[in-house]
Ligand binder design. Structure first.
Ligand code: MN
Length: 210
């Protein structure tokens, strides 16, 4: 079964004014669709057909550049659409495990926001900023170039991504031009904390200890 482009969980204009409809339409319908199509072409007829995307990425150093770039692009955008919502933004509620984990590992929401924003702003060229869970159930922030991500065996810091921000120019240039920090700031108005805490709970075997 080939990988499928998922539908956006909301309309193209749902995240305005933070992310404009035209950017969302091109980003999903052209960029994400392109990664999906090229990933399927890259694995067709190989033993990667039928594997889970997470398993392909975990061994990506053994595969072609096409699998790395398009497999990353496929996975990263699937996550990206889900961790945003027109009903998102603000801070996670105190009852959420992700709130407790942010307090434990960053001291305050503001510290977390500052550190994440810095990772997004300072990623040179195209790439992603991530909030991840490591093997000791601890949160960490990192960034990756191009369409790499922390699931990949080639990543500097490996972990399970639970929040990701696309900082390729295609993600913001129509509305923000060179003002990446403004786009990063706007992203915080649409973060879907219900989804992030769900992913945290799924990744973190110690979540029940809160
Ligand atoms: Mn993108």
């Amino acid at each position: 079964m080939a990988f499928q482009l998922p539908d956006l969980p909301y309309g193209f204009d749902a995240l305005e004014p933070n992310i404009d409809a035209r950017t969302m339409e091109i980003h999903h319908g052209k960029h994400h669709a392109g990664y999906t199509k090229k990933l399927n072409a890259a694995i067709e007829g190989t033993d990667l057909e039928g594997q889970k995307i997470e398993d392909i990425l975990a061994n990506v150093s053994k595969h072609s550049t096409g699998v790395r770039n398009n497999g990353g692009g496929y996975y990263n955008h699937c996550l990206f659409w889900e961790v945003m919502s027109p009903n998102g933004g603000g801070e996670p509620s105190e009852r959420m495990n992700i709130h407790k984990a942010i307090m434990r590992d960053f001291g305050s929401f503001d510290n977390f926001k500052t550190e994440f924003s810095k990772a997004a702003a300072t990623r040179f060229g195209s790439g992603w900023a991530w909030l991840c869970v490591d093997g000791d159930d601890k949160l960490f922030i990192t960034s990756t170039p191009n369409q790499d991500n922390p699931l990949m065996d080639v990543a500097d810091q490996k972990g399970t991504p639970i929040l990701g921000l696309d900082v390729w120019e295609h993600a913001y240039y129509l509305n923000y031009q060179n003002r990446r920090p403004d786009y990063v700031s706007a992203f915080f108005n649409v973060i879907n904390w219900d989804e992030v805490t769900k992913r945290y709970n799924a990744a973190n075997v110690g979540a029940s200890s809160f």
